[in-house]
Design a binder for this molecule. Sequence first.
Ligand code: C2O
Ligand code: CU
Length: 453
Amino acid sequence: MQRRHFLGTLAAVSVFPHDGFGQTSTSRLVAGVHRQQVLPAGYPGTEMWSFDAAFPGTALRARQGDRLAVTVENQLPQATSVHWHGLRLENGMDGVPGLTQAPIAKGASFDYDFALPDAGTYWYHSHAKSMEQIERGLYGPLIINEIDPPDVDQDITLMIDDIRLEQDGSFAAFDNFHDLSHAGRIGNLWLANGQIDPAYPLKRGERVRVRLINAANARVFTLGLQGFDGWVVALDGMPLNDPQALPEELVLAPAQRVDLIVDVTTDDEEAFLITFERDGGYAIAHFPVSGPSKAARSEKVILPPNPDFPIDLANARTATLLIEGGAMGGMRAARLDGQELGARELAGRGLFWALNGVAGRPETPLLDLSLGESARIGMANNTAFPHGMHLHGMHFSEVLADGSLGPLRDTILLNPQETREIAFQAHNPGDWLFHCHMLAHHQAGMGSWIRVS
Ligand code: C2O
Ligand code: CU
């Protein structure tokens, strides 16, 4: 394995507090502008947009069953909103401008306040002009502790990102039609918790919960955790009832999360979080290891399940979703605000993708479901690029080839030309966005929604 300190050395280690709060956790998040040294020392700093003048923003922690009340104050130069990604919360708190709330104007604030039915690893991020606002740093971890959390020595959250900076520390331009029509905004700098290859010291034999969150605009990360043994215990916040042995490669589409419970087993001096790229593996975080060698503990950890909303496949309402467009996709036309427009006219408006022939959020929902009803959506990716489709407000399972249901997720990766089917119970009333989490794709047309009432 090679180590590449992309442009140089590392910065200070960020620390996340370990304990949750009682009953209602009350916080204030200020969205504003701050400077941070993102490029290595010696290069200019970067003007970030962030929460609480930190990138990533303050880690919010609360306990399952409690409420979270967060006042978001907007000191940015433009309107914003906050989405609590993966939480099955009430619709009015979901943070989608034009669907669940008005944008929070510059200088204004908004009080979010919602119940927390589920434990797990989530994240919060801007949901206004998100391709730009998330890239500039408007996101942070959102950790809901189990009522009875598993016993670990350390709990480490790593928000993985790639951002595209110029040598002068500024963000590369955002008005880039190539990003909108191809793979999205892929960065030139890998970051874990806003830093280049940060270090997290560990002791041999320690049991560590590692929470990986892909906060990147568009990059599908293939990650490897080397020097550990253990299990994948949760995906997209939801516990697996049958934890899987830590695989060599973990594929995380944008917005996806994975929780690992692993023991430090290496006899080397360092363990690594690796990103596998075409030309080899590179460390994006490392773990200096000390202490006498110890064998891995054998007990597998199964996290307590979150509330279950069983899916009735046989009686489910069905819909199909055809994903079209993008470069090399051959999309000729799509509807926009009820009007049929040719690909060139759409491109002139920055639109390159369509879901079921519609570019941009359609006037009518993809599905109009009754509360408690089950639904299945068959999706076909008829494009040359991968897409990470995210449903707000409810988790879904993939309907596997043998007809069984896969683990609960809130985001699913569809590689080029792949078809996949998802199913869920419409247990949460409201209007829920369903969109590609490659943020350039969402901006360029890949967004629909589902109504539950
Ligand atoms: Cu991570 Cu529509 O959101
Ligand atoms: Cu996409």
